[in-house]
Design a protein around this ligand. Structure first.
Ligand SMILES: [Fe+2]
Length: 197
């Protein structure tokens, strides 16, 4: 597992050094994430991870929000961050952003993944109009892009009564950076620190 993650991060740094988070760079990261979610070393540690998130062990590196539990695997001073997450089948995440781009790679279970778009021209909390642009069921091996802010808006939930397990690579430490939670009905957004509801 450590070998797989170290190799992944080395390749990610190389891609970002060459192309940044441009369209080409993001494309390269998608391809590399596709390899990670098929890596046998990663799949071999799945049982241990399900125990970690179920029991709350390694709590210092474990982050819980509505519908999501994440283990922080890596972060550095550039902001580059990798988490391994479980998405609950019983409760969706809020419609939310992270203030950064991201690459989602599902490796077990299925994920009901909604992409939303902000159409009021704003970027901050307060008045915010968002619309659903796509809903997909992600299978193991599927990789999706969380676009650059302010369009990094999505909602996730384990599909069909089963949790979804995935890796997410972020351009900033999404476990620390304040994020926005959106309420389409009331056309509003509020800012929260990750870990708060
Ligand atoms: Fe998210």
């Amino acid at each position: 597992m450590d070998r797989a993650i170290d190799a992944f991060l080395a390749d990610v740094r190389g891609i970002l050094a060459q192309a940044g988070a441009s369209e080409q760079g993001i494309g390269g990261l998608v391809e590399r994430m596709r390899a990670l979610v098929h890596d046998p070393d990663v799949l071999a540690t799945h049982e241990a991870f399900t125990q970690t998130v179920a029991t709350g062990e390694a709590a210092a590196e474990l982050f819980a929000d509505t519908g999501r539990r994440s283990e922080l695997l890596y972060t550095d001073e550039s902001g580059l961050t990798l988490v391994r997450s479980r998405f609950d089948p019983d409760e969706p995440t809020p419609i939310h952003s992270h203030g950064t781009w991201g690459i989602v790679g599902v490796y077990a279970g299925r994920d009901r993944h909604e992409s939303w778009r902000r159409v009021d021209g704003g970027t901050e909390a307060g008045h915010a109009v968002v619309e659903l642009i796509e809903e997909r069921v992600l299978e193991p091996g599927d990789v999706v892009i969380i676009p650059h802010p302010p369009q990094d808006i999505h909602r996730q939930q384990g599909y069909s009564g089963e949790p979804a397990y995935e890796f997410v690579l972020f351009g900033a430490n999404a476990m620390v950076v304040p994020r926005l939670l959106f309420d389409p009905e009331h056309e509003s957004a509020r800012e929260v620190v990750p870990g708060q509801r």
